[in-house]
Design a protein. Structure first.
Lengths: 311, 311
């Protein structure tokens, strides 16, 4: 990955994404003892950063493949992201979703022009259904996080943040499937000043923490977390990046996630997902490490079911 | 009121307030059939526009009165606003609050340096307690909405909006005590292009609607509304302004307030109070009137008890 590639990616997707704002809170700075910069991808199109990687991945396909469409399996933000990105680019998206996915998520995908294929809620069935679609339609499979173009696209979040605030000391990224933190490492490596990358993940889904320790990709032992975007595991494309560029991963308890989410809602008046509340929680948990630093927090998304809030 | 006065006010309070952003939503534009510009005072200091008027009112006092402090009665945003504004300006604030006010609101006032005086929860007791404070301390009483300086201060919300978007056709303001909509009229009158001012208030607290009809200040018949900032009635200073400058007032049902608030939360990922959700509800209720227009919505605040959400 060179700076040129990241620049090319950003130029390519720019017409299809929002450049999201960076927000601050004096109160949260005082509470944290450092200067926090919230990069607000909750204001991104479809409500999450995943729009970036999905868009870039589709634009990298040759035209004859675009004509046959794209397929993925996801019940989360990537399902909506690939649908909206495909719609923006005039491509058909096929989305394999578990049959127990919430109505509202299925409706969102359909609303963005995605064609939903329901399957039994196991990873085997999801993969089998996606493979069947590929065989029947010739659509290209795009993985939500373990795909080089997707990772590069997600890197534009930190790229924009560093363009706005080049003197950041640290960026804290949530760790789920590894796409966002992987892209963040690419952006930091392209930046002239040294910036540390810290991961934050639920203690209840600490595969990345353990993977860094063991040196190989570990599975989650539990995924009993409110941070539903962080239940996925790393992949062979993003794991080497993470090994190379992540200083450490902070594990966050469930109560800390909810408290941190509530703090952001109450003090900043913005709606953020539990999956990105782990970033502020990591700073509050390890105050000494972050003391006095300029810290960018990647607020990955704002898609929350308001009928099922934890407070 | 001249343009000079409004400019003087804005220059005076500028160091103590945020210039809040104006946000948009393509999805809500499509739903409403017009172009909506959300002036986000939920991002104002202490979470509401009331910071503006409170600050300006204090700055207009002579120094010997400032030294004796300021007093108001409020259990809402003005209590916090006067406390924080006084703190910013090095003045003591005395806040009379009903003894059944939520702990969190009392704590917020105290946190901003306000001295809380509890009293029985009737308007008579509130006024008597405030009078007693005035007599004992020499503090100056500042009314939350029926005060010329407060009204001028609130006018800087629409002034900023019109500076950013001078070609607006309509501004929709919530109507509670009349301070915000009164100030909005001053800002519109100082603007070179004709801009209509529309009020929005709960049908359950429709004193302003009936006052405009009858030509005199009417009391609320009920205040059984979730929009707790809009239960107050108009005053003799702002009512003539409202008679002069408001085209009409749209009355909003409780379900419409909640639906509109939820729409803003879900689509825009920002936290807004029920009291300002009436503005979007008014547009959705009278779509033909607003069709194709450029419409500014005054999002007055974002102070919501997350433990008591209506969804």
């Amino acid at each position: 990955m060179t700076t040129d590639q990241l620049n090319h990616c950003h130029d390519t997707i720019r017409p299809h994404i929002h450049r999201t704002p960076v927000l601050f809170s004096t109160q949260l700075n005082e509470l944290a003892g450092c200067i926090l910069m919230f990069k607000c991808e909750n204001f991104q199109k479809m409500g999450a950063f995943k729009m970036r990687g999905a868009t870039y991945a589709i634009t990298q396909l040759p035209e004859e493949l675009c004509n046959k469409g794209v397929v993925t399996h996801s019940s989360g933000n990537f399902a909506q992201a690939l649908s909206l990105a495909a719609q923006s680019l005039g491509v058909q998206a096929y989305i394999v979703m578990p049959e127990n996915a919430p109505e509202v998520k299925i409706a969102a995908v359909t609303g963005y022009g995605g064609q939903v294929i329901l399957c039994a809620p196991t990873m085997e069935q999801r993969e089998a259904s996606a493979l069947k679609i590929q065989q029947e339609t010739g659509a290209t499979f795009i993985h939500p996080s373990n795909d080089a173009a997707v990772i590069t696209g997600q890197g534009t979040v930190a790229k924009e943040l560093l363009e706005d605030y080049p003197d950041l000391d640290i960026i804290v990224s949530p760790v789920g499937g590894g796409g966002l933190i992987g892209g963040t490492i690419l952006a930091v490596e392209a930046h002239p000043k040294k910036v540390q990358v810290i991961g934050a993940e639920p203690a209840e889904a600490d595969d990345a923490y353990r993977s860094l320790l063991s040196g190989k990709i570990e599975k989650n032992r539990t995924t009993n977390t409110i941070a539903d975007g962080l239940k996925t595991m790393l992949g062979d494309i993003n794991f080497p990046l993470i090994q190379r560029g992540v200083q450490k991963i902070v594990r966050i308890e469930e109560k800390e996630i909810v408290d941190s989410m509530r703090l952001i809602w109450e003090r900043m008046k913005i709606i953020v997902e539990p999956s990105c509340a782990v970033t502020l929680a990591a700073v509050l948990k390890e105050k000494e490490f972050f003391a006095g630093k300029k810290v960018g927090l990647l607020i990955s998304g704002g898609n929350v079911d308001l009928s099922k809030l934890p407070f």
